[in-house]
Design a protein around this ligand. Structure first.
Ligand SMILES: [Zn+2]
Length: 328
């Protein structure tokens, strides 16, 4: 029925092949795609035979690409098909391919990124100690102005820098004075604020998180949450910076240590993002926290407890943002 109406190019059978190949190997680190033969003939629904080149099959990030674009269709404009039929077909096909890809990704390593914004603040020294006690990597997006507020915070900044489990990144010098729209309305001065932060804190990595914005620009990704901030982010990217947002945010009242979301809830959210592949990059989940959430003993215990839960019940690896994303 489809023949002669539309040409459809489907990779579904290959994905099914990946599942069985890797299942036999049982090796978490084996690249699934590399187990495939150099070329594969695929029967499409339209009855066409298509040859997949070696490059397409073996490319790193193949599963990520298939997750993002589960159905690839070339529509024959001379013999159009009804939109309803096409939509129905695409829906079914998308579900089928994504189920296969999800199963395959679930067998591969998973990565979690604990990111802490706005330090140094009261709370930073506790984060520093917990990262060492639990042996987990953490990413600190720092605000230079805060390091100037007291001797203690300057010392806490130093502790971060000397801890090999902490990497320091750029969150602007002034934190936009918490007036985000007006800050981003002048991209040049905003850009200079990040530059000043880099110089002041002697930051080694050109990695930025924008205050008040969940914006991602890196590699082939550009995702903007609010337009205000986009020009600044683009300017940073053009000048060699990578900009990272977050998937999940955890909030705790700093002074009391009372969580807005209990440990269990945030743990479940991280797991759901990982299992459903709903994070920005499948198998990679970025958690946002703020240094001042961990001022009190209670808050600190919650952070330790979240790390313990992840370490005892999952095989997630704690990673630095510098290594984001791991693509399969
Ligand atoms: Zn911030």
């Amino acid at each position: 029925m489809w023949k002669g109406i539309i040409s459809i190019f489907i990779l579904g059978p290959i994905v099914a092949g990946i599942v069985s190949f890797t299942g036999c190997q049982g090796n978490m680190n084996t690249s699934a795609a590399s187990l495939l033969p150099d070329t594969v003939a695929v029967d499409s629904v339209a009855g066409l035979i298509d040859i997949i080149s070696e490059d397409t099959v073996k490319k790193k990030g193949y599963l990520t690409e298939r997750w993002r674009n589960p159905v690839q269709i070339l529509v024959d404009t001379l013999n159009p098909i009804s939109k309803d039929s096409l939509d129905r077909f695409v829906r079914t096909e998308r579900r089928r391919v994504r189920d296969s890809v999800r199963g395959e990704l679930n067998k591969l390593p998973k990565h979690v990124y604990f990111t802490f914004d706005d330090g140094p603040l009261i709370g930073s020294s506790a984060i520093d100690s917990i990262s060492k006690a639990k042996n987990v990597k953490i990413s600190a997006f720092l605000v230079g102005r805060h390091a100037k507020m007291s001797k203690r915070l300057k010392r806490d900044l130093q502790r971060y820098k000397e801890n090999y489990l902490v990497e320091c990144y750029n969150h602007s010098y002034t934190h936009a004075g918490n007036r985000f729209t007006s800050f981003y309305s002048n991209p040049v001065s905003a850009y200079e604020d990040f530059e000043k932060n880099e110089l002041d804190l002697e930051l080694k990595h050109k990695i930025v998180r924008l205050p008040g914005r969940n914006i991602w620009i890196y590699d082939d990704i550009r995702r903007i949450d609010l337009k205000s901030g986009a020009s600044t982010a683009d300017m940073l990217y053009t000048n060699g910076y990578k900009i990272y947002g977050w998937d999940v945010e955890w909030r705790i009242h700093g002074a009391s240590g009372m969580p807005v979301q209990p440990v269990n809830e945030i743990y479940t959210r991280i797991r759901n993002y990982m299992d459903n592949k709903s994070s920005m990059e499948p198998n990679n989940v970025v958690l946002l926290m703020h240094d001042d959430m961990f001022q009190s003993k209670k808050g600190q215990q919650l952070l330790s407890s979240l790390i313990d839960t992840i370490q005892t019940t999952t095989d997630y690896k704690f990673e630095f943002i510098r290594d984001y994303p791991f693509r399969y």
